[in-house]
Design a binder for this molecule. Structure first.
Ligand code: SF4
Length: 403
């Protein structure tokens, strides 16, 4: 069976805050840097309405349940803690909160805010550092410095946060990063960071980087290996392909292990729990119209062109998820985790007792096991740490066998 992480929550709540101080040229998230106070007020009242609406879609159980909460963006750290309090209160009426994360940007964080965040219930901070190397930060259009990042970690730590995750980007062309990524991680650890989320730079069509030739797969593989070994040596456990931490990350587990989640805010998406009508759950996203009207080239939402665009939000439900889609999504995310795929779970869901045999007899998978790229441990099959960066190739192989 799928071995779920040991946690109380079986549902996540993601709130998307699309406001940013400026637009980074590689970013294809839903965000805007052109907004007024009125836009912000209108957005937050809309967010409360969306939250109430979607929480009603989660079946109520006799005992109050646990949820994980994640304020992502955008730059949620642009706002004071009291802005989030009403939303947190709505969630607390219905759930115990097992973990609550706030995404922040070193450029705009303010020291006094960290203790306020803690006092309204946040217990995990993520910091969008991306790098400590001045040349890399410049190319990525980030306006903070190495010193700001270190100062931010220390502020969060001093305020009482003991779960501080730092985001990094790797895989730019070799000549760009002048500080070895392993040394960056060493410095972050010494400042008090408890983990890193490291993502290879991917060039997205809708961004200002669309035609820039600055990513390098070969360097990405090299840096991945460096960061993997450094994280291990510092005691950061690999929780997923891109995530290394001394602490658990309960909210991320929700996505990695296929649990349902409610997403709210323009451009957010969600996966509602299985029901009689939708045995494998149903996915939705919010605000397709708003997304279509982005400024071309940098994917930025322009509030001023449409008054009240945050009102009357549109929800777009996908068709009910099929068993095949469920299986494919699970294979994709589970192969990124250290637990991997349980063969008995696969046999049960596919209703095919011979599926394990078929997988283990596949020539590529057999060779992968012989070469140590794939590990078979009793009922579990998973990718060796360094092989996780090539996970997509293995996902396609596994999926072709369950069709
Ligand atoms: S990377 Fe972060 S700060 Fe930069 S535009 Fe995207 S969401 Fe905003």
């Amino acid at each position: 069976m799928i071995s779920f992480p040991k946690q109380k929550s079986r549902i996540g709540i993601y709130l998307h805050i699309p406001f940013c101080p400026h637009i980074c040229p590689y970013c294809d998230f839903v965000k805007t840097s052109k907004f007024t106070k009125k836009d912000v007020n209108s957005f937050f009242s809309e967010l409360s309405a969306q939250l109430e609406f979607f929480l009603k879609k989660i079946p109520v159980s006799t005992n109050k349940e646990y949820a994980t909460v994640y304020f992502g963006g955008g730059t949620p750290g642009l706002f004071d803690a009291f802005v989030y309090k009403p939303l947190i209160d709505i969630i607390r009426d219905r759930f115990y909160i097992e973990e609550m994360t706030l995404e922040t940007n070193p450029l705009t964080n303010i020291k006094r805010r960290f203790s306020d965040y803690l006092s309204v219930g946040f217990d995990r901070i993520t910091l969008g550092a991306q790098s400590l190397c001045p040349e890399t930060l410049k190319i990525l259009g980030r306006k903070h410095t190495r010193e700001t990042v270190i100062k931010n970690i220390k502020w969060a730590h001093a305020a009482g946060f003991n779960n501080i995750q730092v985001d990094l980007i790797y895989g730019l062309k070799k000549e760009i990063r002048t500080i070895n990524i392993a040394d960056e991680i060493q410095e972050l650890n010494e400042a008090g960071a408890t983990g890193v989320s490291a993502y290879a730079l991917s060039i997205e069509k809708r961004t200002l980087f669309a035609n820039k030739d600055i990513a390098c797969d070969e360097n990405a593989a090299l840096e991945y290996s460096l960061l993997l070994n450094k994280c291990k040596s510092l005691g950061f456990k690999q929780l997923e392909t891109s995530n290394f931490s001394k602490m658990e990350t309960y909210h991320n587990n929700i996505y990695w292990y296929g649990m349902p989640y409610v997403g709210i805010g323009t451009g957010a998406h969600g996966l509602l729990p299985s029901s009689e009508e939708h045995p494998f759950g149903i996915r939705y996203r919010i605000g397709e119209e708003e997304i279509k009207s982005y400024a071309p080239g940098n994917d930025e939402l322009i509030f001023s062109q449409q008054e009240n665009r945050m009102k009357n939000f549109s929800i777009h439900f996908e068709p009910s998820r099929t068993k095949q889609e469920y299986l494919e999504e699970m294979i994709f995310t589970l192969l990124r985790t250290p637990k991997g795929i349980s063969l008995s779970w696969l046999e049960k869901v596919t209703e095919n007792k011979k599926i394990s045999q078929k997988i283990l007899a596949n020539a590529k998978i057999k060779r992968g096991i012989e070469e140590g790229k794939i590990i078979l441990d009793n009922d579990s099959i998973f990718l060796f740490d360094e092989e996780k960066i090539r996970g997509d190739l293995w996902v396609s192989e596994f999926i072709s066998l369950i069709k």
